[in-house]
Design a protein around this ligand. Structure first.
Ligand code: HPA
Length: 281
């Protein structure tokens, strides 16, 4: 039998890890994916090293407005973190392996906890624009999977368990800290769609029936890749709009970005508190 061809994801990510270890001795504990409007969180890190994606072997470039393209290594309080300031999406034409490349890279640098953030449309009635929501569970409706093809046993098992994809303890901690900050957040199921068009009202009715509380165009593959590698995951959505058909206004990327920006200070405070209080992985 032919040996399985190394995937771009593993070969590329390992080469990039070796290169990054050459420029930084930081071994991060926590990996962050900063979604729309939240990228400036990385600017608040101390002892920062900012590496443009263009300087990382095989790292796909972030092209969407509102997504800078930097990997930032630094500290948040006592915690060593690595953050992706901007991500790539399937709808840009990237492959599933490219979409999860950054997450695999950060975990291969040593992080054991992934905190993933995004902007999402609110489907459940209490998820108004500006609300933060911890992701309780997800529906991968993107039609893609980053684990297709030969399995790399050094990354994780062929059939990884996804029964608690988002860590219960990290969700509880986030809710406790949000309440302490006087900014309680909600909890719900995130549906990951392919995009790039926003959903139709009929699709939103379908998603509600399927059990989705919020909808977006990212996150689901990144979390699958992270759980495959055994990382502990926390997902937080910033609800930037009511999903299609739930308000009379058409949806726009400008509205999504404006709401994400308005919630930014609040989101950063919560993220900061969570990272500082994280129990060791
Ligand atoms: N749908 C899909 N993705 C999104 C939305 C939405 O309503 N809002 C922000 N990202």
């Amino acid at each position: 039998m032919q040996p399985a061809k190394p995937t771009r994801s593993l070969g590329g990510a390992l080469a990039s890890v070796r290169a990054l270890r050459g420029v930084s001795d930081v071994s991060p504990e926590v990996a962050l994916v900063l979604g729309s409007g939240l990228g400036t969180f990385a600017d608040t890190l101390t002892d920062k090293l900012c590496i443009p994606y263009t300087q990382i072997t095989d790292m796909p470039r972030a092209a969407v407005v509102g997504h800078a393209g930097n990997l930032v290594l630094g500290r948040c309080g006592q915690r060593r973190v690595v953050a992706m300031q901007g991500r790539v999406h399937l709808y840009e034409g990237h492959t599933p392996e490219e979409v999860v490349f950054g997450v695999r890279l950060m975990l291969q640098l040593g992080a054991r906890t992934l905190i993933i953030t995004n902007a999402a449309g609110g489907i459940r009635d209490d998820l108004a624009a500006g609300t933060l929501m911890t992701i309780e569970d997800q529906l991968n409706l993107s039609g893609h999977n980053c684990l297709l093809g030969p399995n790399d046993e050094t990354l994780g098992p062929r059939f990884p368990d996804m029964s608690e994809i988002y860590d219960r303890g990290l969700r509880a901690l986030t809710h406790e800290l949000a309440a302490r900050l006087g900014q309680p957040c909600k909890q719900g199921v995130y549906a990951g769609m392919l995009g790039p068009n926003y959903e139709t009202p009929a699709e939103i009715r379908m998603l509600r029936t399927l059990g989705a509380d919020a909808v977006g165009m990212s996150t689901v593959l990144e979390t699958i890749a992270a759980r495959h590698m055994g990382a502990r995951c926390l997902g937080i959505s910033c609800i930037t709009n009511q999903a299609a058909g739930l308000s009379t206004r058409p949806l726009s990327h400008d509205e999504v970005q404006d709401t994400a920006r308005a919630a930014e200070a609040h989101f950063k405070r919560l993220l900061n508190a969570v990272i500082e209080e994280l129990p060791s992985a």
